[in-house]
Write a protein that binds this ligand. Structure first.
Ligand code: NAP
Length: 363
């Protein structure tokens, strides 16, 4: 593996996704945490003080960052942009504020790898699942032209909910998927919560997650889209309908999916395509890439959230229960880890891809 070394910043370091970044990057072979930033109320405190009991990861706060002074994401932006090669961003702010914050970093010539939804619909911002649509990174040149930057740009990852089913649809896409119906059973860490901070979820299911169904239905169309005249043009199929339910689970989003094809493939054909599906992260042997992206479980009671969410260090997608359906053609179950593959891990993999392909370079 190459001897890459990049200094990175984490914007939103005290949040649920930010903490995941910290745990993933504390021992990352290429990325070295140089700056932690959050809101003005955390700024000036050590990372441990700023967390103020909110540390929700397994294990202790890594000793390399525990005493680091947290910076103000806005007021210290110039300093952060000078000190790091790029930033990861996962903040809880208004959409317009996030857009402005991310563009500010890009215009300070600091690439932004984002977990936020604010820029997902911006036509020249690539929204990437690294195994599925890494070819969309080509749009970055057009974005830099628009922003007037030499090295600054924004790249985003998609919403966590759809990472449990879009990876399973991608290898089947050329078979002509016409309709998809799915229900997702989503973990509370997806709302930045733990059982301690979200007691209402114990023994409960809540059938509403603000904005989630729209994202689950619309974002796959950008991922399956193509580049045309400096824009990513959304695909027109499949037609997707989604219901998203918050359930009493700490981590892991499970999806029950129904799918209809123009020409129905055999079950064997689907299983073969899932087994053989690989993308650039595997071809380039990126540090966070799962060896096997899609794993099919033949047991009737798998995948299970608690048993299978950590497959391939939380970066693999678990599939199961593929069977005929009497309204659609097939139904199946998919599972992904929402703060690893679906958030921080997916963003780290995206950053590895950007570095390896030369979109992010050392200063
Ligand atoms: P969270 O736990 O609520 O954390 C929010 C972070 O944003 C904290 O670090 C907070 O800092 C910071 N912040 C709030 N206001 C700020 C401001 N004005 N300036 C700078 N920083 C500010 O949220 P989260 O669950 O980590 O989610 C963060 C983002 O990732 C959201 O956009 C979310 O939609 C997205 N996302 C989350 C998941 C998931 O599974 N959780 C998955 C995919 C995407 P303070 O501590 O100083 O307030």
């Amino acid at each position: 593996m190459e001897n890459f070394h990049y200094n990175v910043g984490i914007i939103g370091a005290t949040g649920m996704v930010g903490q995941r970044f910290v745990t993933l990057l504390a021992s990352h072979p290429w990325f070295h945490i140089k700056a932690l930033a959050a809101s003005a109320s955390s700024a000036g405190h050590t990372y441990k003080e700023a967390l103020n009991g909110r540390w929700a990861m397994e294990g202790e706060i890594p000793s390399s960052v525990k005493d680091m002074i947290v910076l103000d994401a806005t007021n210290d932006a110039k300093r952060i942009a000078q000190e790091v090669d790029f930033v990861f961003c996962a903040v809880n702010m208004k959409k317009d504020e996030i857009k402005a914050l991310e563009e500010m970093y890009a215009k300070l010539e600091c690439p932004v790898v984002s977990n936020n939804s604010a820029h997902r619909k911006t036509p020249d911002v690539p929204m990437i699942i690294p195994e599925v649509n890494s070819d969309h990174l080509r749009i970055i040149d057009a974005q830099k032209k628009r922003l007037g930057t030499k090295r600054g740009f924004i790249a985003v990852k998609s919403n966590c909910s759809l990472q449990s089913y879009v990876p399973a649809l991608a290898p089947l896409y050329d078979l002509g998927i016409t309709d998809v119906a799915c229900t997702t059973y989503q973990a509370i860490s997806g709302a930045g919560k733990t059982f301690k901070t979200f007691p209402d979820i114990v023994d409960n299911c809540i059938p509403f997650i603000s904005g989630e169904e729209e994202k689950s239905e619309e974002e796959p169309l950008k991922i399956f889209g193509h580049i045309e005249n400096d824009k990513i043009v959304n695909a027109t199929t499949p037609n997707i309908t989604a219901q998203c339910v918050r359930v009493a689970v700490s981590d892991g989003h499970l999806a029950c999916v129904f799918v209809k094809f123009k020409n129905k493939p055999s079950k064997e054909e689907i299983l073969k395509r899932w087994k053989e599906y690989k993308g650039e992260p595997q071809a380039l042997d990126l540090p966070s890439a799962p060896k096997q992206f899609l794993t099919y479980f033949s047991e009737d009671n798998r995948p299970q959230t608690k048993l299978d969410r950590m497959l391939e260090n939380g970066m693999g997608i678990s599939l199961g229960r593929l069977r005929d359906d009497k309204i659609f053609d097939y139904k199946f179950v998919g599972l992904s880890h929402n703060t690893l593959r679906g958030a921080a891990g997916g963003a780290v993999l995206l950053a590895e891809l950007l570095c390896k392909k030369g979109y992010i370079q050392n200063k």
